[in-house]
Design a binder for this molecule. Structure first.
Ligand code: SF4
Length: 165
């Protein structure tokens, strides 16, 4: 993904498995690049994707991302995971700009160097999403950042990245 290659790496190991907190109860929006990459790898990507307000998001199974391997906390598409996943736990809000999501147990390990390197991409993620799918600005109720989030019903086109493994 030329120009979209920022990645935040945190140590997600927790006990004998991976934390995976950010992959549960999450809504992961896909840029067109994410969608095409997964489609090239999986073929029928529609089996893993649903459309919310004109944007494809990863399906969830019992609240967790369809690609989460529950027993281990591993991501089945780790090497090809979406940009939103790569940027998490960085999130953006107008009041605080880019910061590490305090809901991530490893938020404190994200350095200011990482924020400086990936922050502008986090900030413009919603715009990239809208450009990807030909949506007008303000056409969705999206949060202004990729963000590990709670519910699609809140109109959340949100979510973030993972993880150093
Ligand atoms: S890293 Fe992203 S794609 Fe992989 S399991 Fe977690 S939420 Fe899903």
């Amino acid at each position: 993904m030329p120009g979209l290659d920022c990645e935040v790496r945190v140590d997600c190991r927790a006990g004998g498995a991976f934390c995976a907190k950010c992959c549960r109860n999450a809504v992961v929006p896909l840029l067109r690049e994410d969608y095409e990459r997964l489609k090239a790898m999986l073929g029928d990507v529609e089996g893993y994707v649903e459309w919310v307000e004109g944007v494809p998001v990863l399906k969830r199974v019992n609240g967790a991302c369809v690609f989460l391997e529950e027993a281990t906390g591993r991501c089945r598409v780790y090497e090809d995971r979406p940009l939103a996943c790569r940027l998490y736990p960085l999130v953006y809000s107008p009041g605080t700009w880019v910061h590490a999501d305090p809901r991530c147990p490893r938020a404190a390990s994200v350095t200011m160097d990482v924020v400086a390197r990936c922050g502008s991409l986090v900030e413009k993620f919603p715009l990239l999403l809208k450009e990807s799918w030909g949506l007008e600005l303000g056409a969705t109720r999206s949060q202004p950042a990729p963000l590990a989030a709670s519910s699609a019903s809140a109109g959340a086109i949100q979510r973030g990245s993972r993880r150093g493994r």
